[in-house]
Design a protein around this ligand. Sequence first.
Ligand code: DAH
Length: 339
Amino acid sequence: MKERLEKIKAEALQKISESDVLEKLNEVRVNYLGKKGELTAVLKSMKDVAPEDRPKVGQMVNETREAIESVLDAAVKKLEQAAMELNMKKEVIDVTLPAKKLKMGHRHPNAIVLEEVERIFVGLGYEVVEGPEIEKDYYNFEALNIPADHPAKDEQDTFYVNGDILLRTQTSPVQVRVMEQGKLPIKILAPGRVFRSDEVDATHSPSFHQIEGLVIDKNITFADLKGTLDQIAKELFGADTKCKFRPHHFPFTEPSAEMDVSCFKCGGAGCRFCKGSGWIEILGCGMVHPKVLKMSGIDPEEYTGFAFGIGLERITLLKYEIDDMRLLYENDDRFLKQF
Ligand code: DAH
């Protein structure tokens, strides 16, 4: 029995020393120490051993098992260590290589201009509010004194979700939504995206942005409108800027006007930029129509107000001397990075 065990041990140790991968060591473990392994077979044959010799043989088997196990464990550790070292060598990091550069985006010129306009108005005590881009016909047209058969509806054709719901053509509906809430006085700025069935060209897009303004209080006059917008123009385009109000028509204001600023390129002398006129149109405005006030639950005998609508893209193009509106929507960062 002793020789048999010695032989098993010698064989096992030999196999261990020949193993160069973990799988082979595992095989040795199974073949010699496993349930169907050689040592278990020896234990099973104990019934043939004389009862008085059994404890002795049992101890020998255990010693053999322990001897094999300890050599095997050491061999496994050694191979694992070697594998880890190899991995570490493979994964060397060259800290002298240049770092990967994160490509940063850039603020859109529209966003830069909008923020500047908002900053100026907030400084004058205005609150910035928003309204929905998908709007009811009532807010977009009806409540702004543009009834179903009004020609302005034709000029501002848009995408209709159904007969009552459409993509808003202007930010003016936000005026109505705020007035309806019934909290007076009102002093708001409402920027946002609008939609029209316009063909794309250098100055048109089916989707663009407006900045709406509304002030309602007791004793508001056209002088307040002029003073406010003159102040804004000077802050946006420079202290020397002059403003001119031309009579115009909007269904929701009476009287209505368009405001021109003196060309900040030539100072009013006339150049290619202002098409020789010395003036550049930048917004529409007027005194809120009494009908519009009344429809939104405000008494026009007690309250008056003014409103204005600025085309954001128009200001951006002017300010940065961009000659094609399409550049604003292409998101080419070579273009965007310049502002
Ligand atoms: N909503 C007008 C448009 O899209 C612009 C406008 C004009 C807004 C006069 C106003 C205003 O608030 O008073 O053409």
